[in-house]
Write a protein that binds this ligand. Structure first.
Ligand code: DC
Length: 225
């Protein structure tokens, strides 16, 4: 039985490949909380643009059609589903085509506004671990626990290449750095560490150690007066 408050919101932000997803799913599972991957929602929007011939570099074209897209996110950390217009896109959103187009799509203010509303409606009520880039700063600034995960770029590339079964480390590292550059430099809700977030550099730790550290932090925050 989990000792944490059923209304707790754990906001986990950080760079691409810092181990956010595996950490958040592990923490949510250990504590009996829900899980929301907001990056998957930006990927789902991107997948829809590619499928429907909407130029991912044309903010006006995306803005004009953003209301047509229906994204539904499941919150089970053991099986985090995502559908677009009723189609299961959980695998399709991990393709190279989506990965290389997602940063420009996520800079479009209309996309962020739409997804912000969706994210808040899911988080409402709490009992959830939420991962993204702007959760602690913009989406849910009153989260009881805010974490900012980073890792050394070479370590991130090695993890990502292992996950994706690829072996081109330098290309993976270059792609991660490029996404960080766009994510950090955009005007609306850039990747940034919230003032009251705890910074955790995951480079020296195994996944299980990071999960244990975060579970401890959440339990401590939850029992604080
Ligand atoms: O976490 P990820 O790699 O699946 O995220 C995909 C992209 O989505 C990432 O390049 C930046 C964007 N993103 C965002 O802008 N805001 C979020 N809250 C989550 C992701």
């Amino acid at each position: 039985m989990s000792a944490v408050s059923s209304s707790i919101v754990v906001a986990v932000d950080g760079t691409s490949g810092s181990g956010k997803s595996s950490t958040c799913r592990g923490v949510a599972t250990a504590l009996g909380l829900r899980y929301l991957d907001t990056g998957a929602q930006f990927r789902a929007m991107t997948w829809w643009c590619l499928e429907n011939g909407v130029d991912v570099h044309d903010a006006d074209a995306i803005t004009a059609r953003v209301d047509e897209v229906v994204i539904v996110s499941g919150t089970d950390p053991g099986d985090p589903t995502i559908t677009v217009d009723g189609i299961d896109v959980s695998s399709a959103i991990r393709s190279e085509a989506v990965t290389s187009a997602v940063s420009p799509v996520s800079t479009v203010p209309a996309v962020r506004t739409k997804l912000l509303e969706l994210q808040r409606s899911i988080i409402d009520g709490g009992g959830i671990v939420v991962e993204g880039r702007d959760i602690g700063s913009v989406v849910w600034p009153h989260a009881q626990v805010k974490l900012y995960l980073t890792a050394d770029p070479a370590a991130r590339a090695a993890r990502r290449a292992q996950e994706e079964g690829g072996s081109d480390l330098s290309a993976t590292e270059a792609s991660l750095r490029e996404r960080d550059r766009i994510d950090s430099g955009r005007t609306t809700a850039p990747l940034t560490m919230a003032e009251d977030a705890v910074h955790l550099d995951t480079t020296p730790y195994a996944l299980a150690e990071v999960i244990d550290l975060v579970v401890e932090l959440v339990e401590r925050a939850s029992s604080a007066p």
